[in-house]
Design a binder for this molecule. Structure first.
Ligand code: 5GP
Ligand code: MN
Length: 348
């Protein structure tokens, strides 16, 4: 087995968890993979990566997501097999009932899978969680939780290698894993100083991935509409709070409609203000049909997850988190602005 770099990875997943999980994988044939609502590159990358691996390994596998994924991920190998629960809950309910083993990927609390939560709770299947968010709720037989690892996709790769099944990683699996690792590190610009990341990329390249092409698929296929909306948002809707080294972008439902915006069109907007000198905290607050969504990002040590939790009841990672607000957009914006002074000591 040619597996030079993967063997150099330190064994961060506990051996006991590997053995327990491997037993379950070998025992059961009908396996489903569930990831979080509004699936992002790491959610789909880890899920489809695991899907390709398990399929190669001879299992019958379904990937289920609560709702639609963004257009810029539609190229991913296996994406057409993904079941979107929103579209067909009866089929999903049947699939979950029939499952013998469920993998939960890239989320830590069951409410992140929305309408799938009751189905998952009711299911008598064995359950394995693989995730990198802080403080996982315990709802699985095996909990592989490593908040210090920058993507769930990396954890899935480590999981496969540690089971000794690297040979079952095919090119499609490798492409999905790479996509997840790339997207949860801003194309390897944050949370990406661990040498292991680059050992893993070496292995993925060895499986035949074209990393430049993947980058281009994800970041260089924007619609003209998205780029124009980005221009509008940055010119008209970005508020800078110099005293707090903070930026806030807001977008109303009306504005979304005006630009005929589609899912994924606003992806990445929240990161842009962090390229302004001396801005360390960026928020993007947008009004959707039934909810106001909050996305937070930071550079350095500002704990966006603490802010998201305390102000909006959300959560996430130190540098990237989010939350929801049920109410008017203006009220969410006011809540944000009024909270800033309480965090001044962490911002300045
Ligand atoms: P995004 O800004 O991309 O929607 O979310 C960034 C990160 O914040 C996600 O990866 C997830 O960890 C976290 N997050 C987003 N929305 C929520 C939420 O409503 N609740 C919790 N607990 N975490 C969230
Ligand atoms: Mn992730």
């Amino acid at each position: 087995m040619v597996n030079n770099y993967a063997n150099m990875l330190n064994k961060i997943i506990a051996e006991e968890n590997i053995q327990k999980a491997k037993k379950l994988v070998n025992k059961y044939d009908k396996i489903i993979i569930i990831t979080h609502t509004s699936p992002d590159g790491d959610a789909l990358g880890s899920s489809l990566g695991l899907y390709h691996f398990l399929t190669e390994y001879g299992k019958q596998v379904n990937v289920i997501v609560p709702n639609e994924f963004p257009e810029f991920l539609r190229w991913m190998p296996g994406i057409d097999e993904v079941i979107i629960a929103e579209g067909d809950l009866p089929l999903v309910s049947e699939t979950v009932d029939a499952a013998e083993l469920i993998f939960f990927l890239d989320f830590n609390v069951l409410k992140r899978i929305e309408q799938l939560e009751p189905l998952a709770k009711k299911s008598r299947a064995a359950k394995i969680l693989i995730d990198h968010h802080l403080d996982p709720e315990i709802f699985s037989d095996v909990v592989i939780s490593h908040p210090d690892i920058s993507s769930t996709s990396e954890l899935v790769f480590r999981f496969i290698c540690r089971m000794g099944l690297f040979d079952y990683v095919d090119k499609s699996c490798a492409e999905c894993i790479y996509t997840g690792m790339m997207m949860d590190t801003g194309a390897f610009t944050y949370n990406s100083n661990s040498p292991a990341i680059y050992y893993i990329i070496s292995e993925l390249l060895g499986k035949g991935i074209d990393k430049d092409a993947i980058h281009s698929q994800v970041y260089c296929k924007c619609s003209e509409r998205k780029i124009r909306m980005q221009g509008y948002v940055l010119y008209n809707k970005m508020k800078i709070f110099r005293n707090y080294k903070t930026s806030l972008i807001s977008l109303s439902y009306e504005e979304h409609q005006q630009f005929k915006s589609q899912k994924g069109d606003t992806e990445g907007f929240v990161n842009i203000p962090l390229s302004i000198n001396n801005i360390v905290f960026s928020a993007f607050i947008r009004e959707e049909k039934e909810v106001v969504r909050i996305s937070l990002r930071s550079r350095g040590n500002f704990p966006t997850n603490q802010f998201a939790g305390e102000v909006f009841g959300g959560g996430g990672h130190l540098n990237a988190s989010g939350g929801e607000f049920y109410g008017k957009l203006e009220d969410a914006l006011r809540l944000f602005e009024e909270a800033l002074p309480r965090y001044k000591h962490l911002l300045i």
